[in-house]
Design a protein around this ligand. Sequence first.
Ligand code: URA
Length: 431
Amino acid sequence: MRMTDLIAKKRDGGRLTTEEIEWLIRGYVSGEVPDYQMSALCMAILFRGMDDTEVLDLTMSMMRSGETLDLSPIRGVKTDKHSTGGVGDKTSLVLCPMVAACGAKIAKMSGRGLGHTGGTIDKLESFPGFVTGISEERFFENVNRIGIAIAGQTAEVCPADKKLYALRDVTGTVPSIPLIVSSIMSKKLAAGADVIVLDVKCGSGAFMKTPEQARELAEGLTRVGRLAGRKCAAVITDMDEPLGFAVGNALEVREAIDVLAGRSEAGELLELCLTLGSFMLSLGGLAENEDEARARLRATIADGSALAKLADMVEAQYGDARAVYDTSLLPAAACVVEVPAASAGYVKHIEAENVGLVSMHLGGGRATKESEIDLSVGVVLHKKVGDRVEAGESLASDAAKAAEAAELLRRCYTLSGEPVAREPFIKGVVR
Ligand code: URA
C-alpha cells in the first residue's frame, strides 16, 4: 500500500477500506507514515468526509493502537460519560457519585484541562492527598468495593489519537466530524464501559458553535458507539455561558459538593446530571425508564448517599474525605475581587471561552501541557444570562493571588437595556 494512493483516493471522494485504514494508523504510530502525508489525508477527510463504516474502522484502529481496559473483572453494569468540553463543566463530579449511588459502576478515565477548558483530574486533585494515578489493581478493587473510581488516562491509551490530535491542532483539521468522532470514541471504547453517555456542548464556549453541528456530532458519536456494540445516548447542551457559577478547580469542587449536598442546583448543573444519569441508568437496565431513573437519582441527594459516595471515592484514592463535608479544607485563594457592573441592565451574553481564559490566566488552567496550575484560583459568576443587574452590583468575582482580572471579566459580559429570555439549556437528545 502507498500513502500517496490513499490520499489521492480520499481527495477524489473515494472510500478507504478497513485494511487501508488499519495500515495507515499502524504506519502513522510507528513513524513510517510521516506527518506531512497524514496532514494531507486529514485535510482530504475534512473536505470529503467518511461514511459510517470508515469512521468505525478508523475508531477501532485508533483504539487498537494502545492499551484497552478489560472491565470484565468488575461486577455489574459499567457506565461512562464524556463531555466534549466546556467552561465550568464539573458535571462528572456530581453525576458519577449520583449514578454510583444508584448501583451503576463508574470506572472512569478522565483528562486534565488544557486552554480555556478544565479537566476532572485537576479538579479532583483539589482534595488534599487525592491520587489520580492509582494502580490498575487498586482502580478495579475500588470500583468493585465502592462502585466508583476516577483515574487519569494513561499514556498507553490510544497513542494514535495523541499523535493525530497534536497534528490536527496545527494543520487546521480539528473541525472534521469523522476525525472528532474517531478521536473521542476510540478513547471511550478503550475505556471499556457497556453504556456511554455523551454531553455534546454547543455554543460560543464549545467546539461546536451551532445546534446543527452539535447534532451532527452527537449522531456520529452515538452511531459509532452502537456499531461497536455499546449502549449510547447523547445530549446536546448549551455552552453559550459557563455551566453553573464557578470556574476554577477547587471552586468547581465546592459547587459540585453544594449540589450533592442539596444546597444548590447550580443553575442547570443538577438538571444536566439528572438527564445524563437517567440515560445511564435506563440504558444500563438499572431503571425501568428515564422517569424512574430521575426519581432515584434525586433520592441520592435527599438521603445523602451521593455525597457519601463522593467521600468514599476520595478516601479510596487517598484523599482527605473530610473536605467533602467541610469545604474550608479545600484550597482557597488569598484574594477575592468583585467585578461591579458599569451600568444597569439585563445580562444578554457571557463569553464563556473568555471566562475560561480569565481563570486560566489567573493560574487555574494550563497554557501548555507542562504548565503548573493553582487549584485555588478562578471565577465565580454572580449573574447569568437573563438576570437583572444594577449599576455597581457585582457581576462576578475573581479569586486569585492578587487583584488582576476584574476588567477582563467585566468584558466577558454583554448587558442589554431590554429583558433577555434564556434559551433552552438542553438543545436536543440523541437516543
Ligand atoms: N475532543 C477529543 O478528544 N478529540 C477531538 O477531536 C475533539 C475533542
